[in-house]
Design a protein. Structure first.
Length: 341
């Protein structure tokens, strides 16, 4: 178990958001439960936390919260608590709800829609406030940190003209979370919002202005899951180390790296590279590469590249780049088939 001064570190995991940029998939599935490289985004996060000795989880749920609660309780029978965020007022508000549960225990905060390589225990167990950072060429979609050596001296949320290319990677360690809780409380009491929400970055900035030291560490691997394009890219990168094919295949070629669930059935097809196919899916007479196919979907005569197919989708057609949500049916005829009708 990861501990700071004898106290076990608890993880606060905000997963209340709707996931607007991932519609139509998030119309039926919470963003954190979307599959990537063979398992939900959230499973990658929780497995990483368990590997570094953290198994006490506090989930901030909201949109489709019961689906998240059900998944966690059935797959991760650890010490978990769930707090409902009835109003989606921003990440800062969500973290404040979590801190009310953990009180003064040391916490690690990790966003529920971004897969990060967890820091080693030396970082987690250090008695210093720390944030994980990554460098991006275009940091405008994220919180940005301005550094002075080992410390963060300023943070800003999604700036139009960033002063740094170091972005907040969605992972934070607070051995004593009381200053953070006080900063968040002040923002909420005074109704101080950025972009219409209570921001965690604003609370960090308030802590810094009060003389609190905020250190940083470099996040080794960081996978954005916020858009269909980034989800496909994350699937591609994760498959480099997690490829597995257990499915029944007939007259088919599977190009690695790919992940195909044991209960899927593949026939007369070429699959891969960089393809994930969920349980009970059926793929016939198709060529699929660099794509994610959900559970219980049936694909026939498809040429798919860089696509996401949801759960329980029926798709009969030809070459396309597609993002199809759950429970859809799409039938596209070949030209010769049209002529025969």
């Amino acid at each position: 178990m990861s501990r700071i001064q004898g106290e076990q570190v608890k993880a606060i995991i905000p997963v209340a958001g709707v996931g607007e940029r991932l519609k139509p998939f998030t119309l039926t599935t919470p963003k954190c439960l979307l599959p990537v490289a063979g398992k939900p985004i959230l499973a990658h996060i929780l497995d990483g936390l368990i590997q570094v000795g953290i198994s006490d989880f506090v989930f901030i749920i909201g949109y489709m919260g019961e689906k998240i609660r059900s998944y966690v309780n059935s797959h991760y029978p650890k010490t978990s608590e769930f707090v409902e965020q009835k109003q989606l007022l921003g990440l800062g508000y969500a973290v404040k709800l979590g801190l009310e549960i953990t009180e003064d225990s040391p916490v690690l905060i990790v966003l529920g829609d971004t897969i990060v390589e967890m820091p080693d225990r030396r970082i987690i167990e250090a008695e210093a406030n720390q944030v994980g950072l990554v460098q991006l060429e275009d940091p405008r979609r994220f919180g940005v940190a301005i550094l002075d050596g080992a410390t963060v001296v300023s943070v800003e949320e999604k700036p139009l003209s960033p002063r740094s290319n170091y972005v907040l990677a969605g992972i934070y360690v607070f051995p004593n979370p009381r200053p953070l809780r006080l900063a968040l409380s002040e923002l909420i009491e005074k109704n101080i919002k950025t972009r219409g929400e209570f921001q965690l970055t604003d609370a960090l900035a308030l802590m810094i202005s009060r003389g609190e030291k905020l250190y940083w560490f470099s996040v080794g691997k960081w996978y954005d899951c916020g858009t269909p394009e980034s989800l496909i890219e994350t699937n591609r990168q994760l498959l480099e180390n997690s490829a597995k094919v257990e499915a029944e295949t007939k007259n088919s070629i599977v190009l690695q790296p790919s992940w195909i669930a044991k209960s899927a059935k593949i026939s007369n097809s070429i699959i891969g590279p960089y393809v994930s196919i969920g349980g009970d899916a059926i793929v016939e007479e198709s060529i699929i590469s660099n794509s994610i196919v959900g559970s219980s979907s049936h694909l026939k005569r498809c040429l798919l590249e860089s696509s996401i197919i949801g759960n329980e989708v029926t798709f009969v057609g030809r070459r396309y780049r597609l993002n199809i949500g759950d429970c859809s049916q799409v039938f596209l005829q070949w030209e010769r088939e049209k002529e025969r009708e």
